[in-house]
Design a protein around this ligand. Structure first.
Ligand code: HEM
Length: 406
């Protein structure tokens, strides 16, 4: 079966739809460039929900499944025997492995344990002072100007510099690394991603070797000495940890923070309420994480199977659209509304064996940013003279967010 072209030319070409996929499960949707996402990525997903079932097949970007229903995404994420994080096809197997995310349980457990320890709530809580000091400095630096582009002024330097220091990356290469990480999360095909992943590994190789000689006070050194069920990681494993951390640590919080501040800039009532009652900030932070989730990880089907009535073949890709699941009206009443009394747990950090290891750090950074920004800036809003730029991608990105204040 082939689809009639309905989109403008810059979407990816449509692949032939496999015979086992019934027409009622096919929706023509290009996750990276779909016209529905152009106005606003999250509103675009709401439009998609109106026309697509909880798990559907799109012929774009090589042809793949997308889970957009909250319950579907929850169940798929936990069923690691059918929906594997390990490569199931040759093209995926060519990509350098990332630890722990490209391993399934039980192998995954020992790897994950190393990072769970490194980003445990207590370890992260000890970073609060340093994170707050940097947040205050960045906000105070721009406050007198009356305007800023929030992304380069705060959202990039705050979490990325903190993370580069944690891992032990050379700070002078900050700008270059930001470009790399955007290239990695802005592409879906393995052939488009491999080059940048290899760049990262080439960059970290001498850093690991230097630390094998002389340990530093950083996470890279601690990973070299980590305990993997009674043995030390190999050089390749340390590199695979580094690759994972580079991709996870240099982009996610930047975007979560930018979407959150973009909402605040459009919602003066919420700003006023949080300024009057800062104790509500943690609740608002959770709602902003839900309302504007960013991560769209993938699984590969490990064997031919029928899952909840849907026929799937080994090797097929299933994208887990957490931003859509967190806007599913079947799970969240009036999903667009920021409701500080909402109690349903969101899936912004994923669910199941791969649930985000960095969530405590991300939450701390987000809370501090909102606290300091609301305390130190007067009411801020989107700058009417300059355009914001938002990009659909594996991790939804805000590229530019011009703000202004009196
Ligand atoms: C707001 C910011 C963040 C969001 C929304 C986020 C989201 C996610 C999601 C959805 C997953 C699950 C992926 C999957 O199921 O395949 C994940 C996994 C992961 N995240 Fe985050 N993340 C954030 C920040 C961070 C940070 C700062 C770190 C740095 C340590 C981090 C490290 C990881 C790691 C290591 C995994 C893989 C865990 C595993 O495979 O067991 N994340 N993240």
């Amino acid at each position: 079966m082939t689809l009639e072209p309905q989109m403008s030319v810059d979407v990816s070409p449509a692949e032939t739809i496999p015979d086992h996929v019934p027409p009622e499960l096919v929706v023509d949707f290009d996750f990276m460039r779909d016209p529905r996402l152009r106005e606003d990525v999250h509103d675009g997903l709401r439009k998609l929900q109106a026309e697509a079932p909880p798990l559907f097949y799109t012929p774009r970007n090589g042809g793949h499944w997308i889970a957009i229903g909250r319950e579907m995404l929850f169940n798929v994420s936990r069923d690691y025997e059918v929906f594997s994080n390990a490569p199931q096809t040759e093209d995926r197997a060519k990509l350098p492995r990332r630890i722990p995310i490209t391993y399934d349980p039980p192998e995954h457990g020992a790897y994950r344990h190393v990072l769970m320890h490194a980003f445990a709530p207590k370890v992260v809580a000890a970073m609060e002072q340093k994170i707050r000091a940097l947040a205050i400095q960045l906000i105070e630096d721009m406050a007198p100007d009356g305007h800023c582009d929030f992304v380069p002024a705060v959202a990039e330097p705050l979490p990325v510099k903190i993370f580069m220091e944690i891992l032990g990356l050379p700070m002078e290469r900050f700008a270059e690394f930001r470009v790399w990480v955007q290239q990695a999360t802005g592409s879906y095909a393995p052939s488009e991603r491999i080059g940048v992943l290899e760049n990262v590994m080439e960059m970290t190789a001498p850093l690991v070797r230097a630390r094998q000689e002389t340990r530093q006070d950083d996470l890279m050194s601690r990973i070299i000495d980590a305990d993997l069920d009674g043995r030390k990681p190999t050089f390749e494993e340390v590199q695979a940890f580094n690759l994972m951390l580079f991709i996870a640590g240099l982009d996610t919080v930047v975007n979560a923070m930018s979407f959150g501040v973009r909402h605040l800039a459009r919602d003066p009532e919420l700003q006023a309420r949080l300024r009057a009652e800062p104790a509500l900030i943690p609740k608002a932070m959770e709602e902003l994480l839900r309302r504007y989730s960013i991560a769209n990880p993938s699984r590969q089907v490990s064997r031919d199977t029928v899952y909840e009535g849907v026929e799937l073949k080994k090797g097929e890709l299933v994208m887990l659209a957490t931003p859509a699941a967190n806007l599913d009206p079947a799970a969240f009443d009036e999903p667009e509304r920021i409701d500080l009394d909402r109690t349903e747990p969101h899936l912004a950090f994923g669910v199941g064996p791969h649930r985000c290891v960095g969530s405590h750090l991300a939450r701390l950074e987000l809370r501090i940013l909102y606290e300091e920004m609301l305390a130190r800036l007067p009411p801020f809003r989107a700058d009417p003279d300059r355009r914001e730029r938002v990009r659909p991608a594996v991790v939804f990105a805000v590229e530019s967010l011009p703000l202004t204040w009196a």
